[in-house]
Design a protein around this ligand. Structure first.
Ligand code: HEC
Length: 110
């Protein structure tokens, strides 16, 4: 009996640890998105701002990076009559890149 319980516990431990190891780590872009953007943008549903899916389907990576860093200078070019998004000029180049890559993952496959 004791052996059965012990082996059952071992199996549970093995399963949970393998799930832990296999679960894909959230990317840097995803972590930044949850920290800074989630309040206004969701991955696929419209929120206060457009969804990342909509953005990815309509914009280039360069346009996305420009909008995150300095929306006051890009909103007109993107067709908005005013800007309601704060600038994230404090993010460094690799953070901007990670966010843009994360957004681009939502682009529909053609
Ligand atoms: C306070 C709300 C708010 C936050 C926070 C916010 N956004 Fe926005 N975002 C908006 C709104 C509103 C727009 C629509 C255009 C505008 O107002 O400039 C927008 C537009 C955009 C666009 C261009 C949309 C298009 O038409 O293609 C991108 C790209 C974008 N946001 C990315 C981000 C990213 C990445 C973050 C996090 C670092 C973020 N936003 C955080 C509100 C927000």
């Amino acid at each position: 009996m004791k052996i059965k319980i012990a082996s059952a516990a071992l199996m549970v431990a093995a399963v949970t640890s393998s799930q832990f190891l296999c679960a894909s780590e959230p990317s840097k872009g995803e972590i930044l998105f949850k920290e800074y953007c989630w309040g206004c943008h969701h991955q696929t549903a419209e929120a206060f701002g457009p969804s990342f899916k909509t953005i990815a389907n309509n914009r280039t990576k360069g346009e996305i990076i420009a909008q995150i860093a300095d929306p006051d200078n890009t909103y007109k070019q993107l067709g908005y009559s005013r800007n309601s998004m704060p600038a994230f000029g404090d993010l460094n180049a690799s953070q901007l890149e990670a966010l843009a890559d994360y957004i681009m993952k939502f682009k529909d496959k053609k």
